[in-house]
Design a protein around this ligand. Structure first.
Ligand code: AMP
Length: 209
């Protein structure tokens, strides 16, 4: 089962993809996670990605398409995969088609802008282990400290309010056209992303099966 999760930043794609990946036993592939990992290791790719990500812009298509094609050729993708945050432009979607990578469903997560901003701006990430919290909905036991490893929680550079606005603008301009792209191909399924996680994931499973 080859799936794409589409939706604005903050729509919950990563959370739903990681849960569904476990239920279906297929890998959850997040281009954002791949870039952040490279940034942490301060590789050339990481430095390049940071120069776009920290300003709320998209990493160039050629770089991103190559990374995804390489990842999808690994053996664990044979049974299927969930692409979370890719494609984000028409050129990236065309890249998948040209590589003859077949897609079964594209889930389009719908969430209002106010909720998106609240979700993203309240998110805090552990500097060391990457665990994610939220200042209102998923508080750590001690404010500012990770429950799992005791390290400091920080706000990601691209989750600061001024950058969030840029990301939402980039989404509307570059990524939202993919809704029509996949609707025309009969692959798009609209999903209300503003519901409890389990309810959303159960619905996805029942649609797929
Ligand atoms: P995410 O964690 O999916 O919200 O991604 C964080 C950031 O990584 C995005 O705001 C982009 O700057 C970059 N990024 C992730 N996926 C892509 C992609 N498919 N194309 C270009 N840039 C991406």
């Amino acid at each position: 089962m080859n799936l794409i999760f589409l939706g604005p930043p903050g729509a919950g794609k990563g959370t739903y993809a990681s849960r569904l990946g476990i239920r279906l036993d297929i890998p959850h592939i997040s281009t954002g996670d791949i870039f952040r990992e490279e940034m942490k290791k301060q590789t050339e790719l990481g430095k390049l990605a940071a120069s776009y990500i920290n300003k709320g812009n998209l990493v160039p298509d050629e770089v991103t398409i190559d990374i995804v094609k390489k990842r999808l050729s690994e053996p664990d993708c044979e049974k299927g995969f969930i692409l979370d945050g890719f494609p984000r432009t028409i050129a990236q979607a065309d890249g998948l088609e040209h590589a003859e990578i077949k897609i079964d469903h594209v889930f389009n997560f719908l969430v209002g802008e106010e909720v998106l901003i609240k979700r993203m701006s309240g998110r805090r990430t552990c500097k060391r282990c990457g665990a994610i919290y939220h200042i209102e909905t998923l508080k750590p036991k001690t404010p500012g400290i990770c429950d799992k490893c005791g390290s400091e929680l920080v706000q990601r550079e691209d989750e600061k309010p001024e950058i969030i606005k840029d990301r939402l603008r980039v989404y509307e301009e570059k990524t939202a056209p993919l809704i029509d792209y996949y609707r025309k191909r009969g692959l798009l399924i609209d999903t209300d992303g503003d519901r409890p996680i389990d309810v959303v994931v159960d619905e996805l499973v029942s649609i797929i099966q």
